[in-house]
Design a protein around this ligand. Structure first.
Ligand SMILES: *[C@@H]1O[C@H](CO)[C@@H](O)[C@H](O)[C@H]1NC(C)=O
Ligand SMILES: CC(=O)N[C@H]1CO[C@H](CO)[C@@H](O)[C@@H]1O
Length: 261
């Protein structure tokens, strides 16, 4: 495993280890540099590299992704369907990639780099966890390496962080917490990770109003595949779990990304 938390594991001597650890921890705390922090009302949708708003035009003439106040809003009507035959049991309204200051150029998360990505999320009661997949954020590197998902399992709606291993062909849950107490209010998700084949990751989920920690979990996994990594936000879900589907929306705001330097 490689990453931001592993910097002091090599020291041969305990006394030296403590000194090095303290130095590295404080140096690292100061070394995440803010690279992207769009404000919806000034940067608008130009803050993203790409917008996938009802690519199939199954709900024609309607904008499903737009600025509302200082948030980005994603609407998801029940009737919407994703592009292509194989995708017909899914719906998607998502934005992806980070464009700094309307330069038009995407910021790349490259192999070996450590990043921290944070955003505030408002999940209304109408956006429910499902027994099939509902993703509300992803990291993409060709395919998804990570998803923030709303999953209904053992009768409990939960918000979970999943990591995928494409080589092994499976996924694992880094952490899971009940969703119901987190709906109808702002929460803040922060992921810190190293983009390598076996990278460290930390997920921090907080109440955005009080800063109270809801989840703090560490793990490791395959955090890059072939190319660069890009974050994605929005609603991407299967429509097979009909009892838990209704017209819904999600708001996100205060998106920020830092790179360790
Ligand atoms: C992914 O799966 C492969 C094959 O099972 C394994 O060798 C590798 O260690 C896994 N990677 C991670 C980061 O767990
Ligand atoms: C999208 C983005 O990162 N915008 C930033 C551009 O630069 C100004 C000034 O430094 C920041 O305030 C914005 O957040």
């Amino acid at each position: 495993m490689a990453g931001f938390r592993k910097a002091f594991s090599w020291s041969p001597n305990f006394a030296v280890l403590v000194m090095v650890a303290e130095f590295v921890v404080s140096a690292q705390a100061a070394s995440f540099v803010l690279k992207w922090s769009p404000q919806a009302h000034t940067d608008g949708l130009q803050a993203f590299e790409g917008i996938q708003d009802d690519r199939q035009q199954s709900d024609p003439g309607v904008k499903h992704i737009y600025v509302q106040g200082n948030s980005y809003r994603f609407d998801m009507p029940l009737k919407q369907r994703e592009l292509g035959k194989a995708e017909s049991e899914r719906q998607r309204n998502e934005v992806y990639g980070m464009v700094a200051n309307q330069t038009g150029k995407g910021i790349s998360i490259l192999k070996g780099e450590s990043w921290r990505i944070q955003h505030k999320i408002f999940i209304p009661k109408s956006l429910k966890a499902t027994t099939s997949f509902t993703h509300i954020m992803q990291l993409l590197s060709t395919l998804p390496t990570l998803t923030l998902s709303l999953r209904h399992t053992n009768n409990i709606p939960a918000i979970e962080l999943h990591l995928y291993n494409r080589t092994a062909g499976g996924s694992k849950i880094i952490a899971s917490t009940p969703l119901s107490p987190l709906q109808e209010k702002w929460i803040e998700s922060q992921i810190t990770f190293t983009a390598v084949a076996d990278g460290a990751i930390q997920w921090l989920l907080r109440d955005a109003a009080t800063n109270a920690v809801i989840v703090q979990a560490d793990g490791s996994g395959e955090l890059i595949q072939m190319d660069r990594v890009r974050p994605k936000w929005g609603i991407y879900r299967s429509v097979s779990d009909t009892p838990h589907l209704q017209n819904c929306f999600m708001l996100i705001k205060d998106l920020q990304a830092w790179r360790q330097e």
